[in-house]
Design a protein around this ligand. Structure first.
Ligand code: RB5
Length: 143
């Protein structure tokens, strides 16, 4: 299960992601907004809580830049949210950081690239090993 959320500046990109997930028969939860103006921290919190509770395995957040969503989501214990605008960063934030939320900016990247990043984010496994130790150190910073 993938938790999705956006603010008003990321709604078109989120709708494209929803269509992509439907085509791929990947289940998702849409936590808003449908386009009404809203504050991105409220949406980041809702998506993050679905991941922390185990209701969703990963999340995708979109706003104008992806940055506000990532700053907000990373305040929640257990969340590793990455803003990615390229394939390499997206692949390695899964392999090395075990990122559980992908953040993207609708005002930054096009839909074609964004959907490729979604595919990479959902298909790439965490490598573990020495990277697990580093992720554990990130977790220890939360306490
Ligand atoms: C909304 O105007 C914009 O600030 C927001 O979508 C996001 O880019 C914040 O980081």
């Amino acid at each position: 299960m993938i938790a999705l959320g956006c603010d008003h500046a990321g709604v078109n990109l989120k709708k494209a992601i929803m269509q992509y997930l439907e085509e791929k028969k990947i289940a998702y939860l849409d936590l808003g907004t449908d386009g009404e103006p809203c504050d991105y921290p409220d949406i980041a919190k809702q998506v993050s809580e679905k991941i922390v509770s185990g209701e969703a395995e990963k999340g995708i957040l979109t706003c104008g830049t992806g940055v506000g969503m990532s700053i907000a989501a990373n305040k929640i214990k257990g969340i590793r949210a990455s803003v990615c605008n390229d394939c390499f960063s997206t692949r390695y934030t899964r392999k090395h950081n075990d990122a559980n939320i992908l953040c993207m900016g609708e005002r930054v990247i096009g839909v074609g690239l964004a959907l490729e990043l979604v595919e990479i984010f959902l298909e790439t496994e965490f490598e573990g090993g020495r990277h697990q130790r580093r992720v554990d150190k990130i977790t220890s910073l939360e306490n």
